[in-house]
Design a protein around this ligand. Structure first.
Ligand code: B16
Ligand code: MG
Length: 219
């Protein structure tokens, strides 16, 4: 078996925190006097907090100075953290532990590659933090996905060449980032939307251990 690094996105891959991001952004939008729909929330997936704030203000046609912009971002995050506080193992997406256990048992390096600045507390809440050798997240990066920076940092910290890394992603920007990093991209979710991924699965229930084994043997 070759040494392959496995990099997991967080929101939409390990847990579905998008619903909490949505509720927190919606509350802010409503306070600012406009609606924010679940469809619009799709634009926020995999996108940095700052960029989300910019898109939200565009939707509401609102101009903000830096002080307001930062204050609203903090407000949103405080509301989001209240949801995170209540999370537990039941929110882990189906069969994620099956893959993590297999990788751990076979001593494969595992990293998180997420845009979130709240990644560590979320992994702690759902009791998955101990699986990860490396956490690359919104706190380490200067350039958001689709820039490959977060995945390249993860690979470097794992000590694995980018071309020997496999990325699990649910967002178009994330798949593009993995491809730009010359990593194997695995799209989790709608195949039509994630058509640029090297492989596609609707969820981890569809991923057989045999497939993971093949990835480690082929490279
Ligand atoms: P935070 P991922 C992303 O997570 C979310 O999909 C995106 O909606 C969010 O804005 C971003 O994290 C930043 O999150 O506000 O917690 O720093 O998919 O990259 O794991
Ligand atoms: Mg995601």
């Amino acid at each position: 078996m070759n040494k392959i690094g496995f990099i997991f996105d967080l929101d939409g891959v390990i847990v579905d925190t998008a619903k909490y991001h949505y509720l927190a952004w919606k509350k802010l939008a409503n306070e600012l006097g406009f609606e924010f729909t679940e469809d619009q929330n799709e634009l926020f997936k995999g996108v940095s907090r700052k960029r989300c704030m910019e898109i939200l203000l565009d939707i509401g046609n609102i101009e903000a100075n830096t002080e307001q912009f930062n204050r609203w971002m903090i407000e949103k995050n405080v509301d989001y953290l209240a949801y995170i506080e209540k999370m537990n193992e039941s929110e882990i997406l189906p069969d994620v532990p099956k893959i993590l256990n297999y990788l751990k048992e076979n001593k494969m390096p595992i990293a998180l590659g997420s845009a979130s600045k709240n990644a560590k507390p979320i992994l702690e809440k759902v009791h998955l933090l101990h699986y990860f050798d490396v956490i690359a997240d919104g706190n380490n990066v200067t350039k958001a996905k689709p820039d490959p920076e977060v995945f390249l940092i993860a690979a470097k910290q794992l000590g694995v060449a980018p071309e020997n890394c496999v990325v699990f992603e649910d967002a178009v920007a994330g798949v593009e980032a993995a491809n730009a990093a010359k990593m194997v991209s695995i799209g989790i979710g709608n195949k039509k939307i994630l058509s640029h991924a090297d492989y596609n699965f609707n969820n981890f229930k569809e991923i057989e251990i045999e497939f993971i084994k093949e990835l480690t043997e082929r490279r």
